[in-house]
Design a protein around this ligand. Structure first.
Ligand SMILES: Cc1cc2nc3c(=O)[nH]c(=O)nc-3n(C[C@H](O)[C@H](O)[C@H](O)COP(=O)(O)OP(=O)(O)OC[C@H]3O[C@@H](n4cnc5c(N)ncnc54)[C@H](O)[C@@H]3O)c2cc1C
Length: 374
């Protein structure tokens, strides 16, 4: 039989950023939840992400993700001092400029288009020709022919943020429990509880925040939740001759100076099911790409090599809100490549919807129904 309480106002399945953010925002509305996580808080992608809050580029931002993620950045700034005061944990939220390099004319075209897109949305960015790039970053690779530099992009420590959400929630009455949830309990279409491997917790509301494992939810709720695990690896490198620039980017890859003194370099994107093991071939691909942009990196030492899974939806936009046709069942998933960026908005919008049935955040287009109508 499961230890502790056998009932709760809300049970949240999953202790990643999505689940912990929902637990935190529920406490701000006076609701105490139980978060059930089978490993530990931030043990999956939320504990190993690079932590960039990149609104200025990436898949999905031409759609409803942009206003949602913009609100999330506002919430990140609001949360930073609050969570530090509540928990003593510092997520080290800080700004950097990002230098995105071009290797050929196709890259130049794409970065010029990005420059226009960013300017229209109020970002500050500048195009540098080859000479200006080399003056700024003398160690840049010989193939680089220009770069777009975007100012004031934000980055933080994703593991610390996830733990801070949970600790702040616990301070206000939420509970964390290790457990493997195996399914839901029902009275018709109304949820009545969650079934764990060692017992059950009865509850009128359940939030499903299983990250990439949301792909299995059809077995629980009878509705397909189109989330796919996309594996990503990162190397944390120690270099005696690091770049001057705090953040180099090229195509979908990056080399970022982090507060641990290491250069976080990545990443890969592989369809590998639920496999979370770092691979030799992943490390090799990362090092080859990094040496193209910054050749001196070839002498760096690999201190840490991580792999984890992004929960990616077909439109690269999260899934939040009530599950149509079911009573008391809510979803908080699909952060994809930007789940740390979107985490606060996922947490707040789902908490609002659980308690009030609606939210002021622009989450209306993010419902599961968008994949059910046709
Ligand atoms: C290499 C890499 C770099 C990234 N960099 C960034 C970045 O710079 N910026 C950004 O915004 N995003 C980034 N992301 C994306 C981000 O990490 C994810 O979108 C986000 O962490 C997803 O959070 P989540 O809470 O939805 O899922 P997860 O963190 O995967 O958490 C889900 C949790 O649910 C638990 N769980 C699952 N099933 C059960 C069950 N049956 N019972 C109990 N518990 C269960 C799991 O154990 C897990 O802990 C990156 C991802 C990767 C892979």
């Amino acid at each position: 039989m499961t230890q502790g309480k056998t009932s709760a106002e809300v049970v949240i399945v999953g202790g990643g950023i999505a689940g912990c953010a929902v637990a935190y925002y529920l406490t701000t509305l006076g609701v105490k939840s139980i978060v059930v996580e089978r490993e530990s808080i931030a043990s999956a992608a939320s504990g190993f992400a690079q932590g960039g809050l990149y609104l200025m580029s990436g898949a999905g931002l031409d759609g409803p993700l942009f206003p949602f993620a913009t609100e999330s950045v506002r919430l990140h700034h609001e949360l930073y001092p609050l969570l530090k005061e509540e928990t003593g944990l510092d997520t080290l939220l800080g700004s950097k400029s990002v230098l995105a390099a071009a290797f050929d004319d196709v890259d130049v075209g794409a970065l010029h288009a990005r420059h226009t897109w960013q300017t229209e949305r109020g970002f500050t960015s500048n195009w540098l020709d080859e000479k200006a790039v080399r003056e700024l970053e003398p160690g840049i690779g010989p193939e680089v022919i220009g770069a777009l530099v975007t100012e004031d992009t934000w980055v933080l420590e994703s593991d610390v943020l996830t733990k801070a959400f949970m600790q702040a929630a616990e301070k206000h009455g939420a509970e964390f429990r290790i457990g493997n949830v195996e399914g839901l309990e029902w009275d018709g279409d109304r949820v009545t509880g969650v079934r764990l491997s060692d017992g059950a917790i009865s509850c009128p509301s359940v939030v499903l925040a299983l990250g990439p494992w949301s792909a299995h939810l059809k077995e629980w709720i009878g509705v397909d939740v189109p989330v796919q695990p996309i594996k990503g690896e990162i190397l944390r490198l120690r270099s005696k001759t690091p770049p001057v620039t705090p953040h180099l980017a090229w195509h979908d890859s990056y080399m970022v100076k982090k507060p641990d003194g290491l250069l976080w370099t990545g990443t890969t994107e592989d369809e590998a099911g639920f496999d979370r093991d770092p691979t030799e071939s992943g490390a090799q691909r990362i090092m080859e790409g990094a040496a193209r942009i910054f050749p001196a990196i070839a002498d760096a030492v690999i201190e840490v090599h991580t792999a984890c899974l992004r929960p990616v939806t077909p439109d690269n936009t999260p899934i939040v809100g009530a599950v149509p046709g079911k009573q008391g069942v809510y979803i908080a998933t699909g952060g994809g490549r930007k789940g740390i960026l979107s985490g606060p908005a996922i947490g707040k919008s789902v908490a609002d919807i659980v308690v009030h049935g609606k939210t002021d955040l622009p989450a209306e287009p993010l419902g599961l129904d968008r994949f059910m109508n046709g």
